[in-house]
Write a protein that binds this ligand. Structure first.
Ligand code: ADP
Ligand code: MG
Ligand code: ZN
Length: 678
């Protein structure tokens, strides 16, 4: 086992790398410049934290937000790693502590806000302490065109040149423009090794639903997931406030968050969300990068996001810990109209607007997908996939019908009224309604009048929504609400193409969407008990629950029910430090009674083969401790046994040196045979 693999296990408690991590870690440890693009929750932090432990000197981590830095430092310390942050949010005491650790050469990771790079003192400090690696988290903050742009990130290039050490940059932002900008600004001329890793987040369940009493839909979704942390994204600030109020009135812990709030108010919500179990935040997209919470169990969209990229990024905040997470995206014709007009009314140049329509189309394609949503999503990002089994369409295949005839009728109604009307009036024409507006416009005389009586109003609404979703019709930006036919619809109108449409399932709003259980029914009470124990520790230490153990780790405990410290050590997320700190208490919850304290020397061997060797040495010793009856009882110390257990085929001399002559005489042969068998 190489060193990185060993540290992965002993420090972080993970038994394997996530996809892509191993290659990135190797490249960084080898001293290469690296740009790694990995989805949110893919495990980017580990890709610089682990190398930091393998490399000489200090790893400087540049990160955009104080909250992010604090959380990472806290998590690292909980795993027994010497890490510290220098930020404007520090107390003097914290800062002193960091400097002390630096001077003593103990610190392995130093987190720093980019603003610090502006001061001359910082460079001198970094020169003096011996930096081995610069790691840049959220590297897209260097991109001037992204909305996370941080001017101080532009100083990182100078820092790299001044220190002359390798740089590793990490981001979840995948588009080529941002990538090029990162390379140009951070690496200046040298080409880093680029890792672009897979976009699939298989633990996130995907689901869309058309709006039908949308507030009820959200309330039901939330009600089915009691005690879980989640985010509801809304299109407007006002809506975040009204929906949060509605949720609170229904008895849920919820608060709102948007860019119009005071910085202090936003900070309070961010830190409550990070810390509390089961808080719901109703937010605009302003609630984003600052959240590093691994146990967000669900993300709901009360309104359609603005593009497929935005959708992917927003749902990606769920389930970073790898445990099951759920999403629900609501949309309706109104959303499509809103998003289209936002694009049309933006001041962006023509080609940019065209691209934005394209990104919205891709999202609509996902919303109106006829088969596996994940396949559609990954296809957009250029990846092949098989039906996933973890989306609403895999769960319940949709009913499709040949919609060619209906679409042609709808197009013809649009054209015969000179593309001056919205879906409501067009449906009245198709269904042959006899209202005032129809009469005034004499639309009852049109040949299309009443040709669509075979479909209900609701069915026609679904047809029009899907036509907009598939970009066969677009709202006219110059005429409020009017629909225009697009070029994409022409083959259908001419009878040269066919189209399949989804039949919307009705009565969705009234039925409660079932939540996916995190564990089987029989393990649920144990999981609840483990969570209660976790809360106890988290409250005592005043840290977020996931700092103790994340959900994924508790789920594995509940499902595999370890009963010894060795088995506990084998659980993903249980490293050596956490094992000794919490192992016994969680074990006690599982076995239902207090667990005997293990000797620390034995505990250090937990989960390793030397652990079971130790146990067999102990048994051999017990057999012989009374000797043949004539001698005095005799025992080795626990640390002697642990040392023996670690030996590989020792000679008799080695043993007698370790145990002393008298002990070696009594136990040597038995111990050697234990070691030989292992
Ligand atoms: P990112 O920065 O890419 O969004 P993080 O670094 O925050 O992701 O990691 C997300 C979660 O995944 C964290 O809770 C982390 O502990 C966990 N994690 C990272 N690597 C592994 C691994 N190899 N095995 C299990 N869990 C992992
Ligand atoms: Mg991260
Ligand atoms: Zn699927």
């Amino acid at each position: 086992m190489n060193r990185a693999q060993e540290l992965l296990d002993s420090v972080f408690g993970f038994d394997s790398f996530r996809p892509g991590q191993a290659e990135i870690v190797d490249a960084v440890v080898d001293g290469n410049n690296v740009l790694a693009i990995m989805p949110t929750g893919g495990g980017k932090s580990l890709c610089f934290q682990l190398p930091a432990l393998c490399l000489e000197g200090v790893t400087v981590v540049i990160s955009p937000l104080i909250a992010l830095m604090r959380d990472q430092v806290r998590a690292l310390r909980a795993a027994g790693v010497e890490a510290g942050a220098l930020t404007s949010g520090n107390t003097q005491e914290e800062t002193d502590e960091v400097f002390e650790a630096l001077e003593a050469g103990r610190l392995k990771l130093l987190y720093m806000a980019p603003e610090r790079l502006a001061s001359g003192g910082t460079l001198n400090l970094l020169r003096r302490i011996g930096v081995g690696l610069i790691a840049v988290d959220e590297a897209h903050c260097v991109s001037q065109w992204g909305h996370d742009f941080r001017p101080d990130y532009l100083r990182i290039g100078d820092l790299r040149r001044a220190l002359g050490v390798p740089l590793a940059a990490f981001t979840a932002t995948a588009d080529a423009e941002t990538r090029d900008e990162i390379v140009a600004r951070l690496f200046e001329g040298t080409t880093p090794e680029i890792f672009l890793h897979g976009f699939d987040r298989p633990n996130i369940h995907l689901a869309f639903a058309t709006k039908d009493q949308p507030r009820r839909q959200i309330l039901n979704f939330v009600a089915a997931r009691p005690g879980q942390s989640g985010i509801v994204y809304c299109a407007t600030r006002a809506k975040t406030e009204t929906l949060a109020t509605a949720l609170r009135e229904a008895g849920f812990a919820a608060c709102h968050y948007h860019g119009g709030m005071e910085a202090e108010g936003r900070r309070i919500v961010e830190s409550r969300f990070q810390r509390e179990d089961g808080l719901i935040v109703v937010a605009t997209v302003a609630f984003g990068m600052g959240i590093d919470k691994p146990d967000i169990r669900w993300v709901a969209h009360a309104d359609l996001p603005k593009s497929i990229e935005a959708y992917y990024q927003e749902i990606g905040r769920a389930g970073r810990d790898g445990a099951p997470a759920e999403t629900l995206t609501l949309y309706g014709a109104e959303d499509i109209r809103l998003r289209r007009s936002q694009i049309d009314e933006s001041l962006a140049p023509d080609d940019r607007r065209g691209a934005d329509h394209g990104r919205l189309n891709a999202l609509m394609g996902l919303a109106e997908a006829l088969r596996c949503r994940r396949m559609a999503l990954l296809e957009y990002f250029g990846e092949d996939a098989d039906p996933c089994g973890n989306c609403d369409l895999c769960d319940n295949p949709v009913d499709v019908f040949d919609g060619t005839e209906a679409v042609r009728k709808a197009l013809s109604a649009m054209l015969r009224t000179e593309e001056r009307f919205g879906a409501g009036h067009l449906i009245d024409i198709l269904r042959g309604s006899a209202n005032e507006k129809i009469k005034n416009w004499r639309h009852d005389l049109l040949p299309t009048y009443g040709v669509g009586k075979n479909l209900s109003r609701g069915e026609w609404q679904a047809v029009f929504r899907q036509m907009m979703g598939r970009d066969l019709a677009r709202p006219d930006p110059t005429r409020h609400g009017a629909l225009r036919m697009t070029e994409a619809a022409r083959p259908l109108l001419r009878g040269e193409a066919k189209i399949e449409l989804r039949r919307d399932t009705i009565a969705k709003a009234t039925s409660k969407p079932a939540a996916k259980a995190l564990v089987s029914e029989e393990n649920a009470p144990l999981l609840a008990a483990l969570k209660a124990k976790r809360r106890e520790f988290a409250e005592a230490a005043r840290v977020p629950a996931y700092i103790i153990f994340n959900d994924r780790t508790l789920i594995e405990m509940a499902e595999t029910r370890p009963v010894t410290m060795d088995q506990m050590a084998g659980i993903s997320g249980v490293g050596a430090k956490k094992l000794s700190q919490f192992g016994q208490d969680f074990l006690a919850v599982i076995v239902g009674e207090p667990v005997a304290q293990q000797h620390p020397a034995r505990q250090q061997l937990s989960g390793r083969s030397a652990g079971s060797v130790y146990d067999r040495l102990l048994a051999a010793q017990n057999d012989l401790s009374r000797g043949d009856g004539s001698g005095k009882p005799m025992r080795c110390t626990a640390s002697q046994l642990a040392k023996v257990a670690r030996l590989h085929r020792p000679s008799e001399e080695q043993l007698s040196k370790l145990l002393g002559e008298r002990h070696a005489e009594r136990f040597g042969a038995a111990f050697l045979s234990v070691l030989e068998d292992s």
